[in-house]
Design a protein around this ligand. Structure first.
Ligand SMILES: [Cu+2]
Length: 360
């Protein structure tokens, strides 16, 4: 039987209906809160957007996380030294079920790491010993599978590091290679466990002592250095949500909440360069992308090199779990609102669009 007969109302049909009929007012949890008018008080003004954002406000306090904080809240762990003098970073991650609001009035029964989607952004330095104490307080078996170099025992897949509800496991490995990585649950069915919200960014900064020929570039990446402090760094996890179980996403976003950076633009100091750790975890669609307006950027695929793998581009695409680092500057631009979005334009209308607001 075709999927059309099993799920006669798809988001594409809804969009088609929306175009024909005007504003939609369908029941929450099944449909995004899209409309042809923009919410009051939101920036930028509605006439500049053509009324393409969600209407109303998400209660970030109720969610327990705010996508604006997620942009920059690095979790560097509890730091100690081992007997060899090496830095050890310990993290606590708890899986739990939690309903979250992903667009105004649209609630999603998520599975979360530490109560948020995406989970905490773990940030370590190349060569650190990483210890992750994982407890599963959710309703299903879960794992944490890290993208990185580690032993089979630490791989976080069924049969190796999978944790039943109520159980726990300690993942331990060296942080390698440096780059922009991710972690996610690897229990089956995999697409459901990932799509429910069990993922997060895992950033390994380069250790400049290991890169004598590119020390300056390495230091600019490593949190805590003066070179790094000159940058404005943001984590952007591109995700989507299937609210009606039809294996298609009804809502798309960066860091979970539809249009959150359109309605509250990300302020940037245009004199300082910008670095984005971009990660795609979107389920059900083979590709996602990032497009920057009125500017071009350099891109480091997987973040595992200190020289760009793409130069002077304004769009980059990523398959699921692909990620990379984007670097650009607005120093020669006039102050204003500069848009960024997926260049799958359907995703834009369903939540994946935002603005940088450059200050003089
Ligand atoms: Cu899981």
């Amino acid at each position: 039987m075709s999927s059309w007969f099993r799920h006669p109302i798809t988001r594409r049909l809804l969009l088609r209906g929306s175009a024909l009929l005007g504003p939609l007012s369908l029941t929450a949890t099944a449909t995004p809160a899209l409309a042809k008018t923009v919410s009051t008080g939101a920036r930028p003004p509605s006439d500049s957007l053509g009324g393409m954002t969600t209407v109303g406000e998400v209660d970030h306090d109720r969610n327990g996380f705010d996508p604006h904080h997620i942009l920059t809240d690095w979790d560097t762990g509890a730091v100690s030294r081992d007997r060899f003098g090496r830095t050890v970073r310990e993290f606590e991650i708890v899986a739990k079920d939690k309903e979250i609001e992903i667009a105004p009035g649209v609630f999603f029964p998520a599975w979360t790491y530490n109560g948020r989607v995406p989970g905490p952004t773990l940030r370590v330095t190349e060569g650190d010993r990483v210890i992750v104490r994982f407890r599963n307080r959710g309703s299903h078996p879960h794992t944490i599978h890290f993208h990185g170099i580690h032993s089979a025992r630490m791989d976080g897949v069924p049969g190796s590091g999978e944790v039943a509800p109520g159980g726990s496991f300690v993942y331990e490995f060296d942080a390698l290679p440096f780059g922009c990585h991710l972690y996610h649950c690897h229990s089956v069915p995999l697409k459901r466990h990932i799509h429910k919200g069990l993922y997060g960014a895992f950033i390994i900064d380069p250790d400049e002592a290991r890169h004598p020929d590119t020390q300056r570039a390495a230091r600019s990446r490593r949190l805590g250095t003066a070179e790094n402090a000159a940058w404005q760094e943001f984590v952007m996890v591109m995700n989507g949500f299937d609210t009606n179980l039809d294996d298609e996403n009804e809502i798309y976003a960066v860091n979970t909440v539809a249009h959150v950076y359109a309605k509250r633009p990300i302020p940037i100091d245009r004199k300082r360069p910008v670095r984005i750790y971009l990660i795609n975890v979107t389920e059900f669609d083979p590709l996602n992308s990032f497009h920057l307006h009125a500017n071009f950027f350099d891109y480091y695929d997987h973040g595992t090199t200190l020289t760009p793998t793409l130069r002077i581009v304004d769009t980059v695409m990523q398959c699921q779990a692909q990620r990379g680092i984007i670097e650009f500057s607005y120093k020669d631009h006039e102050p204003g609102l500069y848009m960024f979005h997926a260049h799958q334009t359907e995703f834009v209308e369903l939540g994946w669009m935002g603005f940088f607001e450059t200050k003089p």
